[in-house]
Write a protein that binds this ligand. Sequence first.
Ligand SMILES: Nc1nc2c(ncn2[C@@H]2O[C@H](COP(=O)(O)OP(=O)(O)OP(=O)(O)O)[C@@H](O)[C@H]2O)c(=O)[nH]1
Ligand SMILES: [Mg+2]
Length: 287
Amino acid sequence: MTLGEIDRMSQHRLEAGRTEPTVSVVIPAKNEALNLPHVFAALDPDHHEVILVDGNSTDNTVEVGRRLRPDITIIGQTRKGKGNALACGFKAASGDYIVMLDADGSTDPAEIPRFVAALNEGADFAKGSRFMPGAGSSDISRLRQMGNFWLNKIVNLLYGTRYTDLCYGYNAFRRQCLSSMDLDGGHIEGIDESTMLWGDGFEVETLINVRVAKAGLRVAEVPSFEHKRRHGTSNLNAFSDGIRVLRTIDAERKRGARRAIASARASQQREEASWPLVSMMAGGASQ
Ligand SMILES: Nc1nc2c(ncn2[C@@H]2O[C@H](COP(=O)(O)OP(=O)(O)OP(=O)(O)O)[C@@H](O)[C@H]2O)c(=O)[nH]1
Ligand SMILES: [Mg+2]
């Protein structure tokens, strides 16, 4: 099914009289067996479709997930990294709204109604922020906070956004945003699950934020409190992942320019193609 068809389907469902939009929660998880009981305890099973995306965990993340919530969807990912896990999860999600939630206990499912409310009020993309009134973090290190601050500043300068927290993974959006995000979670011939392509890593949040801004979607920031991961170790490296974020910001500018050039070329070709027709018609009319 194409994204356009999915969009039409969900629009149709909304218009068919059901007023409550459905919510899918996508949870990337790599070795989070010890944290899942805490996360799932706060999730409302009656109101959310849950998609757990396992990152080839070597603990029993999948078994624990299945035992705790037999009704959830558990899938694997096509490549490596959190970004790829999210892309795969988004593809499997059927809700009108999609929420991105971490599996380590940092992001509190009790905040989901806040994100849903922002979407209900008209936002296309409800972006969590740890740096606005009513928000905070007991998890972020000084180094990460500084890196996030400057990367955030660069994105705001380049894209005219007013984000307060670029590299935060707690967000929710209308499924129609998927086409603007343009993430590729599908299988690619010759690429296996040990490979990480551009956008497959922690740069995914920046990629999404930038593409949402470029598409002119309505963004509402939502205050969020980030807790410390409860067990286990981080998968993020402040330096290498920071560089990936920086390169993403640059690559997205070039991508924008390339697309603009391609569409200018296409419209020039269309004009050239239609010009003889116009002049023929004009010539024909004057004869
Ligand atoms: N499926 C999948 N999930 C991943 C992968 N990498 C990270 N995650 C999950 O993405 C979420 C965020 O990753 P974390 O390692 O907690 O990164 P972080 O929040 O920046 O680091 P901490 O602050 O130390 O928790 C967690 O739920 C991870 O389990 C991956 O390659 N595949
Ligand atoms: Mg975390």
